[in-house]
Design a binder for this molecule. Structure first.
Ligand SMILES: NC(=O)c1ccc[n+]([C@@H]2O[C@H](COP(=O)([O-])OP(=O)(O)OC[C@H]3O[C@@H](n4cnc5c(N)ncnc54)[C@H](OP(=O)(O)O)[C@@H]3O)[C@@H](O)[C@H]2O)c1
Length: 259
C-alpha cells in the first residue's frame, strides 16, 4: 500500500534506537524526509546515516535533550515547519509510590507530558494552516493497564492522554490528526534494562526473566520496533485521516480486556 506521504517532512524525537528509530525507519521507507533527535551524538549520527543510505531521504540529526526547554528550542529551530510529528523520550525510572517526591513528579511530567504538549503547541499551527498534519505520541500500555512500579509514568502519560483526547478534536477540522501509540513490551534497550532489573531482583538469568515475561504475552514474544514503526507510519498516512484521538495498543494481547 502506498501511504501517500512521500516527500513530506517529519520530526521524530528520541529516535537513535528503539521505538523512535522504528518509526523513523518506517517513515523513511515511505519517502518521508526526517529530522531525528537523541541526546548522544554518535549513535544518532550513525542511525541518521544508515537511514540516508538505505532510503535516500534527507535526514537532519539534532543531538539534544528534548525534555529541556533549551534542547527543545534547538530541535524546533532545526526542524522548522513539519508535516508529521512523532513525540518520544525516555521513560521515568521505576520505584515505589511512597518514595516519590514533588521533584520526581515534576521531572516525569516534564519529560512525558509537558514535552509532547510543548512540541504540539509549537508545530500544530503550521499543520493547521496548510490543512494537513499528523501527530503520533509514543506513550505506554500503562495508560490502559497500570504498571505499579512505574507510577511516575502512569501519572504523566495519563495526563498527556487526557490532553490529546480534547485537543485532537479541536485540530481535526483543519485536517490534522493526533493519536497515541501504546507500546507493550518491545525488544529494545529499555526492555533489556527491565529484564536485567527483574533478573537481579529475583536471582535468575536475564534469559529466564525474558522467557517469563514472554510467557505472559498471548503472542509469546516481545514486539519488534519495525512492527511498531509500521503502525506509526500508517497513522501518518493519507489513509488514516479519519483516525482521530485514538489510543492504539500494541502489546501482543497482554492487556486482557475486551475493549
Ligand atoms: N520498549 C518497551 O517495551 C516500552 C514499553 C512501554 C513504553 N515504552 C516507552 O517508549 C519510549 C521509548 O522506549 P524504547 O524502548 O524505544 O527506549 P530505548 O530503546 O531506550 O530508546 C530511547 C531513545 O530515546 C532517546 N532519548 C531518551 N531520552 C531522551 C531525551 N531526553 N531527549 C532526546 N532523546 C532521548 C535515546 O537516545 P539517547 O539516550 O542518546 O538520548 C534513544 O534513542 C519510552 O518512553 C518508554 O518508556 C517502551
Amino acid at each position: 500500500m502506498d501511504l501517500g506521504i512521500s516527500g513530506k517532512r517529519a520530526l521524530v524525537c528520541a529516535s537513535s534506537r528503539g521505538l523512535g528509530r522504528g518509526c523513523a525507519v518506517a517513515l523513511a521507507a515511505e519517502g518521508v524526509n526526517l529530522v531525528m533527535n537523541a541526546r548522544t551524538v554518535g549513535p544518532l549520527e550513525a542511525a541518521a546515516q544508515e537511514i540516508r543510505t538505505t532510503h535516500g531521504v534527507e535526514v537532519t540529526a539534532v543531538a539534544d535533550d528534548i525534555t529541556t526547554e533549551a534542547g527543545r528550542a534547538r530541535v524546533l529551530a532545526a526542524a522548522g515547519d513539519v508535516d508529521i510529528l512523532v513525540t518520544n523520550a525516555g521513560g521515568p525510572p521505576p520505584g515505589l509510590w511512597s518514595d516519590w517526591e514533588r521533584e520526581d513528579f515534576i521531572r516525569a511530567l516534564d519529560a512525558n507530558m509537558l514535552t509532547p504538549i510543548a512540541l504540539m503547541k509549537a508545530l500544530l499551527p503550521a499543520m493547521m494552516a496548510q490543512g494537513w498534519g499528523r501527530v503520533v505520541n509514543i506513550t505506554s500500555v500503562s495508560v490502559k493497564s497500570p504498571i505499579p512500579a512505574l507510577g511516575l509514568s502512569n501519572a504523566a502519560r495519563a495526563g498527556l492522554t487526557g490532553y490529546v483526547a480534547g485537543t485532537s478534536r479541536q485540530v481535526a477540522p483543519s485536517g490534522v490528526t493526533i493519536n497515541n501509540l501504546l507500546p507493550g513490551i518491545h525488544a529494545t534497550a529499555r526492555a533489556e534494562a527491565l529484564d536485567k532489573g527483574v533478573a537481579e531482583a529475583q536471582g535468575i538469568t536475564e534469559a529466564e526473566a525474558r522467557a517469563a515475561r514472554e510467557a505472559a504475552i498471548p503472542a509469546r514474544r516481545y514486539g519488534l520496533p519495525s512492527e511498531f514503526g509500521a503502525t506509526c507510519a500508517f497513522l501518518c498516512s493519507q489513509q488514516a485521516g479519519f483516525i482521530v484521538g485514538q489510543n492504539i495498543l500494541l502489546d501482543g494481547g497482554a492487556v486482557n480486556a475486551t475493549f
